[in-house]
Design a protein around this ligand. Structure first.
Ligand SMILES: Nc1ncnc2c1ncn2[C@@H]1O[C@H](COP(=O)(O)OP(=O)(O)OP(=O)(O)O)[C@@H](O)[C@H]1O
Ligand SMILES: [Mg+2]
Length: 295
């Protein structure tokens, strides 16, 4: 049976038009991606390659220059409550408590059809889920960075989105807090069966969390270079995984892609006034039909 993917990105191009010069920057080229319901996908690639742009297209915060994005068979034309976004910098309202920050989002989705008491129950449950029950009446400036990020995740989960979109949600955190939240996220996603698309710079994070890792080439005109299927059973436990041959193979495949790919020519399409990825890091060739690999 030819079942349609839950999220479909079809032949997407993204150009940012620079009204100052009347020119444009070609950010994404021929992006094709299918995400199945319940799948955990990470997007990885060098800084500036277009990960956030692709995530924002799926969120409906940006519209593609050409191509189509679908979620659950509907065209993505604008942001919607079925696609909740967690940004790197939590973006909580500083004058509201953690509880009220989450409640605001809950009200925006369920307010029209549920009683206040039920909305408050939903809010409390989401904060409990991320281990923030004890601090829910504190305001953002009274809690740590990791706790703020947890509230951001609670806010997204409380909306019961079909898709959780996360842009480096743990990027600003120290290694221990980060590991702790990764473990929590694994448990939460196992419980909620959410479909997740997450941007990360962190190879270990990508391997630990993902069903598939989408590796993007450097821009301009960045595209999907390879997709690696992480063939590790769940639940995953980081200490045990460290010595698992499949974990090591997955890690190596991503590192090879990011750091040891042979240099190729820069692809046409951009303005040429943008940094070409990290200094000293080579470019991947543009390939429309990206390679799918597994351990
Ligand atoms: N609004 C915009 N106007 C012009 N160019 C843009 C705009 N937004 C992004 N770009 C360019 O598009 C490219 C991709 O940007 P994007 O933010 O998606 O990269 P990224 O992979 O998320 O990088 P990072 O890892 O540093 O967050 C970059 O070269 C960026 O300068
Ligand atoms: Mg980004």
């Amino acid at each position: 049976m030819n079942q349609r993917a839950f999220i479909e990105v079809q032949n997407v191009e993204m150009r940012f038009f620079n009204t100052r010069k009347g020119s444009f920057f070609h950010a994404l080229h021929e992006i094709d991606l299918q995400v199945q319901r319940g799948e955990f996908i990470t997007l990885i690639g060098h800084s500036g390659c277009g990960k956030s742009t692709l995530l924002n297209l799926i969120a409906g915060l940006l519209r593609p220059t050409s191509g189509v994005l679908l979620c659950d068979n509907r065209e993505i034309a604008e942001p919607g409550p079925e696609r909740a976004v967690v940004f790197q910098n939590h973006s909580l309202l500083p004058w509201l408590s953690c509880f009220d920050n989450v409640l605001l989002a809950v009200e925006s989705v369920f307010g029209g059809r549920e009683l206040k008491r039920r909305l408050m129950e939903r809010t409390e449950a989401a904060l409990e889920l991320v281990g923030m029950g004890h601090a829910m009446y504190k305001r953002p400036h009274e809690i740590s960075g990791g706790m703020k990020q947890r509230v951001g995740i609670a806010r997204a989960l409380a909306m019961e989105p079909k898709v959780l979109l996360m842009d480096e949600p743990f990027g600003a955190l120290d290694a221990l807090t980060r590991a702790h939240l990764q473990d929590e996220l694994l448990k939460i996603v196992a419980r909620t069966q959410s479909t997740v698309v997450m941007v990360t710079h962190d190879v270990d994070e990508a391997v630990l969390l993902s069903d598939r890792i989408v590796m993007m080439s450097n821009g301009p005109a960045a595209t999907i270079g390879e997709i690696y299927k992480v063939d590790l059973p769940r639940p995953r436990e980081r200490v045990a995984l460290a010595e698992d041959a499949r974990y090591i193979a997955a890690r190596k495949a991503v590192i090879d892609f990011l750091y040891t790919a042979p240099a190729t020519e820069t692809r046409p399409g951009g303005l040429g006034d943008e940094p070409q990825g990290l200094a000293g890091v080579s470019h991947r060739p543009a390939r429309h039909a990206h390679v799918e690999r597994a351990a």
